[in-house]
Design a protein around this ligand. Structure first.
Ligand code: SAM
Length: 208
């Protein structure tokens, strides 16, 4: 994954380095392995600043197909201008990430990422978004989500468990950067990893 231009906001470089370490811990706890190049979907991706950190955390596995979807055209245009994947296919699409059940041309995914999910704001939309995301996973695939605050994270975990997802890792990020204008919120404060189907064992993983 190639980053063609710097991030828009100061502090993002440091945030994504911390996210990369958190993702590595989560992937280790989930014992994630996939054969061949990966198909990765980033839902509600915004500017998709996390794209490079995600690719690094997945190494030595390589991404062959990467798609980001968000409602905001400005953010999608910025993401498309920033990221390139020389040995694969990459795209950023303006659209409703809750409607992936109707995007018939999509492949099944090894890895679906939702950074800073928004369940709190629109539970009905996010119930649909999460259920459809689970339906887009390969049998061995992972759905990986981060949250800004505790209550929203609990709601997300409950929503996915209700839909039959198995929680395979749930990490509190001890080094996450507090948001000065939003008490109780911090960057990538929680990371949860789900598979389709039953929970087998939950690895707590190290606190970061
Ligand atoms: C908190 S931001 C996170 C953006 C990015 N993942 C990040 O961490 O920087 C939430 C994003 O969800 C997007 N969003 C909310 N509902 C959506 C939907 N139904 N379909 C696509 N994007 C959605 C918003 O446009 C916004 O960019």
């Amino acid at each position: 994954m190639i980053q063609r231009r710097p991030f828009r906001y100061p502090g993002t470089d440091e945030d994504v380095v911390r996210l990369e370490a958190l993702l590595r811990d989560g992937l280790r706890a989930a014992e994630f392995q996939a054969a061949g190049s990966l198909a990765v979907l980033n839902l509600a991706c915004g500017r998709a600043d996390e794209t490079g950190a995600l690719a690094k955390a997945l190494e030595p596995m390589q991404i062959g197909f990467y798609l980001g979807i968000d409602l905001r055209p400005d953010a999608i245009a910025e993401a498309a201008a920033r990221w390139a994947l020389p040995d694969g296919e990459i795209g950023f699409r303006c659209g409703d990430a809750a409607a992936t059940d109707r995007m018939r041309q999509l492949p099944a995914f090894d890895f679906i990422f939702i950074r800073h999910q928004n369940y709190w704001h629109e539970p009905a939309v996010w119930d649909r978004l999460l259920g459809n995301a689970l339906g887009r996973l390969k049998p061995s695939g992972l759905l990986v989500c981060t949250s800004y605050f505790d209550r929203e994270h609990e709601l997300l975990v409950a929503a996915l468990r209700t839909r039959g997802a198995g929680l395979v890792a749930n990490l509190r990020h001890a080094q996450s950067r507090p948001l000065p204008d939003a008490p109780g919120k911090s960057v990538d404060r929680h990371l949860a990893i789900f598979r389709q189907g039953q929970e087998i064992a939950l690895h707590p993983g190290p606190a970061r």
